[in-house]
Design a protein around this ligand. Structure first.
Ligand code: THU
Length: 146
């Protein structure tokens, strides 16, 4: 049985987000993850305002600093297909604990969402939920360039 959800917010009341389907897409991307150096495999799936889902996995490199996280690869795929407003991201990992998105991914996700549900699942099946605004308060935004 799954562990009870943790995190600062309750499960989403937004019926537009099919959390189970989004997590399933993240898990699907996890199958393709490429993490031979850290041993960490991550899959992510973002949902846009039209309900479209785009997935990506982490892609590591022998030149370690060139690694790209699963979330940013999912965002790149979404934006490449014309998505501009994201409403949720799901993250799945090979690790038992639930991964929050790294700082770089938080900033990239913020570019395409006013507010975003973040749901993360560990290999133990437990989930955590956050809002991007709590993970990245005082974000640098396009308005700051005005
Ligand atoms: N990773 C992600 O894919 N997403 C995150 O938000 C955190 C870290 C990946 C990058 C790297 O391949 C591995 O996890 C270990 O840092």
């Amino acid at each position: 049985m799954n562990a009870p959800p943790t995190g600062a917010i309750p499960p989403p009341s937004d019926p537009e987000v099919d959390e189970a389907a989004l997590l399933a897409a993240a898990r699907g991307a996890l199958d393709a993850a490429y993490g031979p150096y850290s041993g960490v495999r991550v899959g992510a799936a973002v949902q846009d305002e039209d309900g479209r889902v785009f997935a990506g996995c982490n892609v590591e490199n022998a030149s370690y600093g060139l690694t790209v996280c699963a979330e940013r690869n999912a965002v790149a795929r979404a934006v490449g297909e014309g998505a501009r407003r994201l409403v949720a991201v799901a993250i799945a990992t090979s690790r038992p604990d639930r991964l929050p998105p790294c700082g770089a991914c938080r900033q990239v996700l913020r570019e395409f969402s006013e507010e975003l549900l973040v749901v993360s699942e560990g290999s133990d099946g437990g989930t955590s939920r956050w809002r991007l605004s709590e993970l990245l308060p005082q974000a640098f935004r396009a308005d700051d360039l005005a």
